[in-house]
Write a protein that binds this ligand. Structure first.
Ligand SMILES: [Zn+2]
Length: 432
């Protein structure tokens, strides 16, 4: 059902996000962008001076302020760009703020190594100094990386090998995305159907079992034909990660991967153990699936097939809004009030239009509303996406209301808690 998408200008603005609280218009954005160079220059003046708590505190205050400004500029431009990725003006704004970001990062790259090069005792004293009390957590974070930061010469050497180290992963993506081809297959009616990397999953989600089975065999046949190449690339990626972890004094590449977010290894092990412990629920689900599909033997190509045949149920956006609002009731009146605010103040860009970025996300920055991009299509999946992104949005909103800018961000590790809880609440409400 290829539907002709409308141009953005033909859609009701009521269902488009309102970016004016961020910048009144594109001209206001341009003026702020123009003021950025002076800010970056004044930050560069700190170079070579970051050796006491008072100066470090002043630098952190100044860089946090400039960071906020760049973030706001970046968010506005990237959201304007997402509205219609073909739009020349938005493309130019997005590209220009991107290069400013790079310029700022380069100009400020002195700070971290400069602070880290201070002797251990000096650093510990600075971290506990009241002059930097507002940044204690950030500095502790930085301090944690000290044993894993090498000398200037060693860092340079490692950086020069960076591209070599990523060669296995690059080769993998090229093989998988470009070179791997799949045989066309027959569907249940005897017609020929192309199999590609991007349509494989949709084919597995269809109701035609013959097509699902044939597509499955065609897909994995191609992988099998390159089995030794895939194995060599995987082994290369593991060796690269292990070598870097050893060079940086980490006990393992896993420890290195989790160091950034400071997640203890026990949390990782516990996650795996918890999933294993609950496997009986998965097995029960698979038995139920086999029964509902009425098959003698359940194959892998049956696990994505719909359990209710070709039934299509559709929801209007207004219904979806009500469903999400009702679903989050257990989180309190206060939470629901913020959801209503998100609807009323146009935090959400609802419908697809020509050129609009695909998928969905929750974003914004410290000084903006936590905007949501959707491509609402009326499926239950679309309703669930609204619930999911609303979880991120309210998490961000509350964090930005209650934390200073340097602490408002949250790690990816905890981010999906807020969103998947909302999905579960929606399912709970549907079951009732
Ligand atoms: Zn998410």
């Amino acid at each position: 059902m290829a539907e002709i998408l409308k141009d953005r200008s033909e859609l009701d603005t009521q269902f488009q996000w309102d970016l004016t609280p961020m910048f009144e218009n594109d001209d206001a954005w341009e003026a702020t962008l123009a003021s950025l160079d002076a800010d970056i220059e004044s930050l560069s003046a700190f170079a070579g001076k970051l050796n006491d708590a008072v100066t470090i505190g002043a630098y952190l205050d100044a860089s946090t302020e400039v960071g906020r400004k760049v973030e706001r500029l970046y968010c506005y431009a990237s959201q304007r760009h997402d509205e219609d990725t073909r739009d020349d003006k938005a493309q130019s704004m997005y590209a220009r703020v991107g290069s400013k970001y790079v310029k700022m990062a380069a100009a400020l790259s002195f700070a971290q190594p400069e602070i880290l090069s201070l002797p251990e005792e000096t650093l510990t004293a600075i971290v506990n100094d009241p002059a930097v009390a507002d940044y204690k957590f950030n500095l502790e974070d930085l301090l944690r990386s000290k044993p894993h930061t090498l000398t200037k010469a060693e860092e340079k050497l490692l950086a020069s090998f960076g591209e070599v180290m990523s060669a296995p992963s690059e080769a993998y993506h090229n093989l998988e995305d470009a070179d791997l081809l799949f045989d066309a297959v027959k569907n249940g009616a005897g017609e020929t159907v192309e199999v590609t990397g991007s349509n494989f999953v949709p084919l597995e989600m269809g109701t035609d079992r013959v097509l699902r089975e044939n597509a499955f065999h065609s897909y994995y046949k191609s992988y099998r034909e390159h089995i030794n190449t895939f194995a060599a690339m995987y082994s290369g990626a593991i060796k690269a990660a292990t070598a870097e972890a050893a060079a940086r004094n980490y006990p393992s590449s896993r420890a290195m991967a989790m160091a950034g977010e400071n997640v203890p290894a026990e949390v990782y092990d516990n996650l795996i153990a918890t999933v294993r412990k609950h496997m009986p629920a998965m097995h029960r689900y698979v038995r139920l699936r086999k029964k509902m599909l009425g098959v003698d033997e359940l194959h892998f190509y049956d696990v994505y097939a719909p359990l209710v045949g070709d039934l299509k149920k559709s929801y209007t956006y207004e219904t979806a809004q009500e469903m999400v609002l009702k679903a989050v009731a257990p989180l309190g009146e206060d939470y629901q009030e913020t959801v209503r605010k998100a609807y009323a103040e146009r935090w959400i860009d609802v419908y697809p239009n020509r050129g609009k970025r695909g998928g969905a996300y929750s974003g914004g920055c410290y000084d903006s509303n936590p905007y949501i991009l959707l491509n609402f299509s009326g499926t239950l999946d679309s309703v669930s996406t609204l619930a999911h992104e609303m979880g991120h949005t309210i998490h961000s909103w509350r964090s930005r209301q209650h934390q200073p800018p340097q602490y408002a961000d949250y790690t990816l590790f905890v981010a999906e808690v807020a969103s998947t809880v909302n999905e579960n609440l929606l399912i709970e409400q549907l079951l009732q």
